[in-house]
Design a protein around this ligand. Structure first.
Ligand code: NAP
Length: 221
């Protein structure tokens, strides 16, 4: 049977979620062509319903109750762009067990619980896609899992953290100190006010854990 509509439940309407909503709207013709039917956002979960949003969204679509998405029989796909690890894992397990396909941009979650979530997705005959979690602009994950699936990968190298890439580039080009460049990166919004996850390597380590699982078929990370 051909679906008449693909209905999306969005978890999070921040930087990424706002982009998801506007792309689904602006690229509706392309999506309809690719998928074969319209793709519509049915519900959006946020923490604070009263917060002004940079994207126009009908009030009736916005909720602060995650169950409105997880248990809605009409929602086909859950797109998780709210971040968090332990609770978010529980939510996505619930979504998968309710037969919903899941898309997530959450590298922390996928690095720590990716194997479990992928296992449950497979048991439930659901898709779990997470391309945006690592180098989404390239993109690399689907290339590894599909395009290179019969190749033997021997080494994985790359710059996976934009903040440290910026800092190291500026230090090399301008001879500036680490502290100076970090301050500029924070002012420009390239580095968080608490840059620990980036500059201590945690972000890069989690991204590499996801890449290595695909490249070397590791199920446990
Ligand atoms: N930003 C990037 O460039 C980027 C790139 C790749 C991947 N990612 C990943 O994408 C995810 C989202 O990032 P982001 O930058 O979009 O984050 P963000 O701007 O902080 O947005 C998070 C959104 O989730 C909602 N939210 C958070 N916790 C919630 C909860 N417990 N219940 C209901 N809603 C909740 C927030 O609601 P309120 O708005 O009401 O507070 C907000 O709308 C993260 O996993 C991040 O690692 C981000």
């Amino acid at each position: 049977m051909t679906a008449k509509e693909v209905r999306v439940g969005l978890l999070g309407l921040g930087t990424v979620g706002t982009g998801v909503v506007s792309i689904i709207r602006r690229h509706q013709d392309e999506l309809r062509h690719q998928v074969g039917c319209p793709v519509t956002v049915k519900k959006v979960v946020v923490r604070d319903k009263a917060k002004p949003r940079p994207v126009e969204i009908e009030e009736s679509l916005v909720t602060d109750q995650i169950e409105d998405v997880l248990f809605d029989q009409d929602i086909d796909i859950v797109i998780e762009v709210m971040g968090g690890v332990e609770t978010t894992r529980d939510h996505l397990l619930t979504a998968l067990r309710n037969g919903k396909h899941v898309v997530t941009a959450n590298k922390d979650l996928m690095a720590l619980y990716g194997a479990e979530l992928l296992q449950v997705a497979s048991e439930q005959n659901c898709d779990l896609f997470y391309e945006a979690s690592v180098a989404g602009g390239i993109p690399i994950l689907r290339s590894l899992s599909d395009g290179l699936s019969a190749d033997r990968i021997t080494k994985m190298m790359g710059i996976v953290n934009g903040t440290t890439n910026y800092i190291l580039t500026k230090m090399t080009q301008n001879g500036s100190s680490y502290e100076e460049v970090l301050k500029v990166a924070q002012e420009l919004g390239f580095a968080e006010s608490d840059p620990t996850a980036d500059v201590e390597g945690l972000d890069a380590a989690r991204k590499m854990a996801i890449l290595l699982r695909l490249a070397f078929r590791w199920m446990l990370v």
